[in-house]
Design a protein around this ligand. Structure first.
Ligand SMILES: *Cc1c(COP(=O)(O)O)cnc(C)c1O
Length: 421
């Protein structure tokens, strides 16, 4: 049983076999040099201490080798993206050939829809969860328009029942039952950015496929947070970013998953560039396009090595910790946060995120009724970095790599003190 005390939190940290990973990160500090309580790893993950070393190595090789770094750098730039594939694939439960780091999330989403959104006159609609991230919604709507459809008619929202915040699988089944014949694509966030709800990815995929729809997931809030077992779900594609839970720096490259069964499917349309072309003849320049098998075949350009160096550093930290151990700690850490918030017994507080650990990642979305943005401001003044969503929700994400049980306790105490004012 948990206890509401600093001693108990410190005892949990002492028993945590991953607690030393906190020292592998640079923690933001306040003006006096005290550690801030950083609970925004769902917006921008913290910097691993080894990242600068990995980036400096590439700068150094560039300085010493110039163009020859493509083949002679210690980690040659030509195949650099390949150094990321195995660790990245392990984190999300994919095969290395199913994964590539390239572009950014929204770009990858468009590239995937070029290949997997294949509307006909009668089967053209796209389903998204109702509180989908704006960029995803814009992307999906623009694809509908691009193909000549009205986005109001073409976009189906999977919404929670009236007066509730969480989506129910039965409601998605009902949508498919009534409109499945008109639906071409299900594009669902694996873990919803607002509510923190983790959707049943495999069930959604099976449901979509049973109506002959393609199924893709946005793992922006999933990669490095949950274990999505992507290959097993059977999803056609997935996209994510690397700057949230993947700690690879602001605006760093995104990721893309294409299921193995599409690896050599040359009937798929795609937008192409030279980095997706056969490596043997890429530099001969005069060959017709010949796609590399697997996710790599969707690459367009030669990628930014400095960004990839940051990703490589972060993935090395993840590999050392192990996603299975991280997820176990995460369930405990977020469970502790949930317990502490419940112990406040404040009637204004309502946790939107599912109570079942299997249906959420590390984030809790905490609604504080009648609060406004000044609550967030006071938390910030009190040294807590969290995220505010209008009208009244604080999102806090204790990240198992660098957050402690003590962090979670201090956060709750500061929230309690502010609410008591
Ligand atoms: C963070 C996030 C994005 C951001 O997209 P970028 O292309 O990386 O700017 C998109 N979708 C979701 C669900 C996100 O959480």
């Amino acid at each position: 049983m948990c206890q509401y005390s600093l001693e108990y939190a410190q005892q949990c940290d002492a028993q945590d076999e991953l607690s030393h990973f906190r020292n592998k990160f640079l923690l933001p500090k306040d003006g006096e040099g005290n550690d801030l309580i950083y609970l925004s790893g769902n917006s921008l993950g913290l910097q691993p201490t080894i990242t600068s070393e990995y980036i400096l190595k590439e700068l150094d090789d560039w300085a010493k080798l110039g163009v020859e770094g493509h083949t002679k750098a210690e980690h040659p730039w030509l195949p650099y993206h390949e150094f990321l594939s195995r660790n990245m694939a392990n984190l999300i439960g994919a095969k290395p050939g199913e994964v590539v780091m390239m572009n950014t999330l929204t770009t990858n989403l468009h590239l995937m829809m070029v290949s997997f959104y294949k509307p006909t006159k009668t089967k053209y609609k796209i389903v998204v969860e109702s509180d989908t991230f704006p960029s995803d919604k814009y992307a999906v709507e623009s694809q509908l328009k691009f193909h000549g459809f009205d986005p109001v008619d073409g976009l189906i929202l999977w919404t929670p029942p009236e007066g509730e915040e969480l989506c129910r699988f039965e409601d998605l089944e009902a949508i498919m039952e009534t409109q499945g014949d008109e639906i071409a694509l299900l594009m669902i966030g694996s873990t919803n950015y607002y509510s923190g709800q983790l959707f049943p990815l495999k069930k959604i995929t099976e449901l979509g496929h049973s109506y002959n729809c393609k199924v893709g997931f946005d793992l922006a809030h999933g990669a490095g947070n949950i274990e999505p077992d992507l290959h097993e779900t059977g999803a056609d594609f997935a996209v994510w970013c690397s700057y949230k839970y993947l700690n690879s720096g602001p605006g760093s490259l995104g990721g893309c998953f294409v299921h193995e069964r599409h690896a050599k499917n040359d009937t798929l349309k795609r937008f192409t560039g030279w980095w997706g072309h056969n490596k043997e003849t890429r530099f001969n320049m005069r060959h017709d396009f010949e796609a590399l098998p697997g996710a790599e075949g969707w690459q367009l350009s030669n990628p930014p090595i400095l960004s990839m160096a940051a990703i490589r550093a972060s993935l090395d930290v993840f590999a050392e910790a192990g996603m299975d151990r991280l997820r176990k700690k995460s369930i405990k850490l977020t469970g502790f946060l949930e317990y502490l918030i419940d112990e406040l017994m404040d009637e204004r507080i309502h946790i939107i995120t599912p109570r079942n650990p299997e249906e959420r990642g590390c984030q809790l979305s905490v609604q504080v009724k009648n609060a406004d943005k000044s609550l967030h401001k006071q938390l910030t003044i009190a040294g807590v970095i969290s995220d505010w969503r209008d009208p009244d929700v604080i999102r806090v994400a204790p990240v198992p790599l660098y957050n402690s049980f003590e962090d979670v306790f201090i956060f709750t105490e500061r929230l309690k003190n502010i609410l008591a004012r």
